[in-house]
Every structure is written in structure tokens, then in C-alpha cells.
Ligand binder design. Structure first.
Ligand code: EPZ
Length: 424
């Protein structure tokens, strides 16, 4: 199993190119199940999760071909298999995004119920209720959700849950509704940019979606979807992570292919902390004062502060001059990184869905364990500034969502290398 060795204390300086968004490309790849023609995607990051989705699509009869420079071509060749099995779904929750396309196009979907994961249990009750509203019959068979429908029909449905809307749930219902008879209105749809990008992709294939990016999305069903060419939006979570890397090391990073308008809640908190974030031509320049102000952060559905950057900003606030309060409103248990950051000398105290961050003067290197994709990114950020050596174990978590992160950090001055242990 791979681990990172990081020598802390280097200030990061230089240019970082932001890749295409993982959480946009995964549902867009799944949507190709519904396309009659060939699809060309550009800006596809080379991530473990993208490969897992490719593998799943291949099993579902979609041929995929990667070309240099982040290009992927996809084409449906066989529509027989409609079963996304447990082995793949347990590895990647986003596999559930094939549910809507399979149901919409093939009128049948059998998808393993996703299990829990390090950030909390990951129910799909809202997905299933939304698809049932479109006319799907639903059964639970040996841990699989089995959905069938001769013909889907439009519906007006509410997709809000106790923690706000559901991102992949909105994706699933929106995709299925593209091929339903009549018009569907989704109230309390997710507003994330990744949902808007998926809708843009579907409209390029001939779908008729309006209101995407707002809580009320309308989809008028069409008979079929063709192919198209589409460039995936930049990854705002990767961009936010690199912004915090520049800030925590007191360096200066210039981000390319970064859509600042997707990060306004993050920029708001960073500027309150004392981090400078400025647009310069087609780059976003990030630098920070030596002294960091403590702030309060609460994760919310988009356009609020993203839960996927909660761990990373907690690492940054560990070094602020005073006490901060970080509250997690999407996944109340998403705090596996707290104990690990405390091993590096942070002073974090969990009180239910809130963590009190008592700023310290410095972090000190140690061995830490990655637990999920974004927690591992937070541990890398802390290691970049901790005194001495930090070893981050189980970095396969980080490979799921950040392409070659250690190479890209080294290119801007970090002292970080990937090592492997014999153990599997
Ligand atoms: C998406 O997950 C992202 N993944 C997650 O990013 C992100 O953390 C999350 O949205 C929230 O922004 C992808 O897009 C592939 P949800 P998703 O359904 O869609 C509850 C990463 O690091 N809920 O919006 O699975 C749920 O428990 C990943 O890239 C229900 O109750 O999240 C949670 O509390 C991690 N019933 C909240 O809603 C449901 O049917 C938001 O979940 C569905 C969700």
C-alpha cells in the first residue's frame, strides 16, 4: 500500500493546472448509457474513480476509449446487462449514478445498495423515491435495488431531505426524466455546478432541461438522445484544496483553469482568514499573510461552503491565531481527520456536528492514516507545514480524487514523495 513522506516547511510557489471535475465527469459518463451516438469528453481527469466508472460502464455494454490529453470516447455497444454489482458499488458510491440512465434507456436497473463509508451512511432513499415518482416499480432483492418501468412518465417531485438536496439523486432523476413521457419538475434539486454541467451535457445530446443550477429544474422528455462533444468543468474542490495548500505554507500559487465563480463561499472564508485570492488574467493567485485569523465555517449545500473542503479548511484553521468553529451540516460524522490532525499537534475538540479548533503555533510531523478522499487531502496539507517528517498512510484514498497530487505539489516546491510498502 502506498504512503506519502512529506518534509514540512517548504513554501509553495508556482503554477498549478486544475483538472476536470471528478463529480461532474462521473455522472456524465453514466449518462452515456442513454446516448445513441458516440460521445467525446474532454478534460477527463485520470483518477481511480474515473477508471472504476469506466470498468462499470464496460460491464454495462458501454465501450470506452481514453486518448492522450484527457480525452475519452464512449459508445453504447450492448444493452443487455443492467446490473451494477456490489463489488463495484461498494468501492465507489457514485456507481449509483447508473440507476437513472439504465432505467430511462433500458427500462430496468439493478444496482447494489451502497454501503456506508468513512464520512457516514450514504442512503439512496431520495433517489429511489424520485425514480418511483417517474413510474418505476421498486424492489429490494439480495441487497440490490431493482427498478423496472415499461415507460417513465413526467412528474412534479420534491427531492429535499433532512440534509438538503441530494447531488447524485438530482443527477439520477434528471437523467431518467430526459427519456420519460411528458415534463418533470424537480423541486429542491441540487444546485451544484456539477449538476449544471451534467444538464449542459444532456442538452447537447438533445435533452430539454431548463433551470439547472437552481433549486427548480424542469425536464421535458424526448424520444432519444444522440452523442455530443463536451468539455468537463474544472474541479472546484481540487482548486479549493490547492488554494489552501498555498495558504497553509504561506506561499503563492497561481491556479489555471479555475472557475472562481464556483468557489465564492470558499473565497469568502479564505479572505476572512487573511488569505489573498485575486484573479489575474486567466489565473487565480493565492497567497497568505503569516498570521491567520480564526473564523467560523459551516458546510452547506451549494452555493454554501462545500462539505468536501471542510477537512482541508480545518487543517488551515489549526494554525490560526485563536479559536475557530467548524460545523458540518451535510455529513455530521465527517470528522475522521480530527484525531489524525491532533496527532500532528492540532488542538481540535469534537462536539457533535461541530469541532472547536484551538489554533496552535505549529504542527509537528508524525505518522497519520488517511480515511477518505478529502480527509487525506487535509492530512497532506498539514504535513506540508508540520515541522519535520509526516507519513500519510493509505494514500489510495487520495488517488480516487486527485490526479498525481504528489507530483503536482513537488512541481511547486513541496518535499513529498510516494513510497510503497510490501503489504497489500
Ligand atoms: C455528492 O455525493 C458528492 N459525490 C460528494 O463528494 C459530496 O460530499 C456530496 O455530494 C455533498 O455535496 C459525487 O458527486 C460523486 P448527497 P452524494 O446525496 O450525491 C443525504 C467527494 O469527496 N441523503 O448530496 O452521494 C446524505 O446522507 C464526495 O468527492 C439522503 O438522506 O451526496 C447526505 O447527508 C464525497 N438520502 C446529504 O443527503 C438520499 O437518498 C447529501 O448527500 C441521498 C442523500
Amino acid at each position: 500500500m502506498d504512503y506519502f513522506l512529506i518534509q514540512g516547511g517548504k513554501r509553495l510557489r508556482g503554477v498549478v493546472e486544475i483538472n476536470g471535475a471528478k463529480n461532474a465527469v462521473l455522472p456524465i459518463m453514466a449518462a452515456c448509457i442513454m446516448c445513441e451516438g458516440e460521445v467525446t469528453l474532454r478534460g477527463v481527469p485520470d483518477l481511480v474513480d474515473v477508471r472504476t466508472m469506466e470498468h462499470l460502464l464496460n460491464q454495462l455494454g458501454v465501450a470506452t476509449r481514453r486518448e492522450p490529453g484527457g480525452v475519452m470516447r464512449l459508445k453504447v455497444e450492448d444493452e443487455m446487462n443492467c446490473h451494477a454489482d456490489y463489488d463495484l458499488v461498494r468501492r465507489m458510491r457514485a456507481s449509483v449514478c447508473v440507476m437513472g440512465p439504465l432505467l430511462g434507456r433500458r427500462h430496468k436497473a439493478q444496482v447494489s445498495m451502497p454501503g456506508g463509508c468513512a464520512i457516514g451512511d450514504r442512503p439512496i432513499n431520495l433517489h429511489v423515491a424520485g425514480l418511483a415518482a417517474l413510474g418505476a416499480d421498486v424492489d429490494l432483492v439480495n441487497g440490490d435495488i431493482l427498478l423496472k418501468a415499461k415507460r417513465l412518465h413526467g412528474a412534479e417531485l420534491f427531492l429535499g431531505g433532512p440534509f438538503g438536496s441530494t447531488v447524485t439523486g438530482t443527477a439520477n432523476v434528471m437523467m431518467a426524466a430526459c427519456l420519460a413521457e411528458g415534463t418533470t419538475v424537480i423541486e429542491s434539486a441540487a444546485c451544484e455546478p456539477e449538476i449544471a454541467d451534467l444538464a449542459e451535457f444532456l442538452n447537447s445530446c438533445g435533452a430539454r432541461i431548463t433551470g439547472h443550477g437552481t433549486p427548480r429544474v424542469s425536464i421535458t422528455g424526448v424520444r432519444q438522445l444522440g452523442g455530443c462533444e463536451h468539455t468537463v468543468i474544472p474541479d472546484r474542490i481540487e482548486a479549493g484544496t490547492f488554494m489552501m495548500a498555498g495558504a497553509i505554507t504561506n506561499g503563492e500559487l497561481r491556479l489555471r483553469n479555475c472557475r472562481l465563480e464556483h468557489l465564492l463561499a470558499v473565497v469568502d472564508r479564505l479572505r476572512a482568514i487573511g488569505v489573498n485570492v485575486e484573479r489575474e488574467d486567466d489565473e487565480v493567485v493565492v497567497s497568505s499573510a503569516r498570521r491567520l485569523e480564526p473564523v467560523d465555517v459551516t458546510s452547506q449545500p451549494y452555493p454554501g461552503f462545500p462539505t468536501d473542503l471542510q477537512a482541508q479548511i480545518m487543517a488551515l484553521l489549526s494554525l490560526a491565531d485563536g479559536n475557530s468553529v467548524v460545523t458540518e451540516k451535510i455529513y455530521p460524522d465527517r470528522f475522521m481527520h480530527v484525531a489524525e490532525l491532533n496527532r500532528l499537534g492540532a488542538k481540535l475538540r469534537k462536539e457533535g456536528p461541530t469541532v472547536i479548533v484551538q489554533g496552535v503555533k505549529r504542527l509537528v510531523g508524525a505518522q497519520v492514516m488517511a480515511s477518505d478522499l478529502r480527509a487525506s487531502a487535509a492530512l497532506v496539507l498539514a504535513g506540508l507545514v508540520a515541522k519535520g517528517e509526516t507519513r500519510v498512510n493509505r494514500v489510495y484514498h487520495i488517488d480516487r480524487g486527485y490526479e498525481k497530487i504528489e507530483r503536482r505539489l513537488r512541481a511547486v516546491g513541496a518535499e513529498i514523495e510516494r513510497q510503497s510498502t510490501a503489504e497489500e
